[in-house]
Design a protein around this ligand. Structure first.
Ligand code: BT5
Length: 332
């Protein structure tokens, strides 16, 4: 049944792609049937299915089908129409609901092209770092990008930095004052709007693949989040005062990610780091760092080439933090 479903979904997706490419025009059932090598009855069946999903498709006996409007879905065909990338997002695997897009991405990473994206409308078991939960209701953007960079595992955190910048820059293109909190949170006005979970599969000296999980509270109501994170999180909808076009956001995000990824491959990490410093919320702050073994207080004064946070802990003493939780402290 699985493969049958996939073929059916593929036809439906192809029909949608063709209607999207010719928005405002009519495409005849005969033309669609011919191009997709299926019967006109099959086309009609899929048009009906698209309608039940919320696509408004007008049909006229003489002219054929015309797409009038789309529902708020992250359908691959929608994202791909107008996507300005050459690698990232060329293959998109879409789920209405799944446990975690990172899990799916890890399962398929070995057999798909670099740049493949897994995306879901909601996750039942969204994951944060260190086994923490990531709340992922409908209306958010929950996606994982599979990349295969030729770098050592030691430098995997560079990818998290790159991803954070791509998210922050995309949000800034909507006029939002997004900043990055070390190592992996994107904040707006001090509240978390995005989390990033980078997972790798590696040999000792070379990464085999890297799954970059990005979770964005886009059109979600953070008021309905559990109490402990209600006041520390925000959404794009809340910050913009209205819903955002998620398809458009994803298109910009994937383009930013690809541009930075190419820059990283061509010029190395230093320009990425420079950009990260410029949009960092952490540099210059007094912070409390909790690692698995200790708690450290200090002023965050920089990050090094491996992405470690450099703290000045008093009397000019410097500490390097490779991994841990970071809390920004209020100055008295
Ligand atoms: C993260 O972990 O911030 C990484 C989150 C990555 C989520 C994406 S969604 C697509 C892909 N598939 C997955 O399964 N995961 C990735 P961490 O730094 O450990 O932060 C987790 C903490 O953030 C939780 O313990 C909560 O306090 C808080 N939190 C949970 N859900 C949140 C949400 N939707 N918005 C803001 N904060 C949240």
């Amino acid at each position: 049944m699985g493969s049958e479903m996939n073929i059916r979904d593929k036809i439906k997706d192809n029909i949608l792609e063709k209607l999207l490419a010719r928005r405002g025009e009519h495409v005849s059932g005969e033309e669609l049937a011919h191009e997709l090598a299926v019967s006109r009855a099959t086309i009609w069946k899929h048009i009906q299915a698209l309608r039940t999903e919320g696509y408004m498709i007008e049909s006229s006996t003489n002219l054929g089908y015309s797409l009038v409007s789309s529902p708020d879905r992250l359908a691959p065909a929608e994202i791909k129409s107008g996507l300005k990338t050459s690698v990232i997002g060329r293959d998109i695997r879409y789920y209405r609901e799944t446990e975690s897009t990172n899990i799916i991405a890890r399962e398929i990473a070995g057999s798909v092209e670099e740049g493949t994206v897994v995306i879901a409308e909601s996750q039942t078991g969204g994951r944060g770092r260190l086994g923490r939960k990531w709340i992922s209701p409908e209306g958010g953007i929950w996606l994982s990008i599979i990349i295969k960079p030729k770098i050592q595992p030691l430098y995997a955190s560079r990818i998290t930095f790159l991803a954070g910048i791509s998210v922050a820059k995309t949000m800034r293109s909507y006029g939002l004052p997004a900043k990055i909190k070390w190592p992996n949170d994107v904040l707006i006005n001090g509240k978390k709007v995005c989390g990033i979970l980078t997972e790798i599969e590696a040999e000792i000296d070379q990464i085999e693949y890297c799954v970059v999980g990005i979770g964005i509270d886009a059109n979600v109501d953070t008021e309905s989040f559990p109490e402990e994170i209600r006041d520390t999180s925000t959404s794009l909808k809340k910050e913009l005062g209205g819903e955002i076009d998620r398809v458009g956001f994803v298109q910009r995000l994937l383009a930013e990610f690809e541009a930075l990824y190419l820059e990283f491959q061509e010029d190395g990490f230093s320009s990425i780091l420079e950009q990260w410093r410029n949009i960092s919320a952490t540099i210059g702050e007094w912070v409390k760092i909790t690692t698995q073994t200790r708690t450290i207080y200090g002023e965050a004064i920089g990050v090094d080439s491996e992405g470690a946070l450099i703290l000045e802990t008093g009397e000019g003493k410097l500490e390097k933090i490779v991994a841990g939780n970071c809390e920004h402290l209020r100055r008295l």
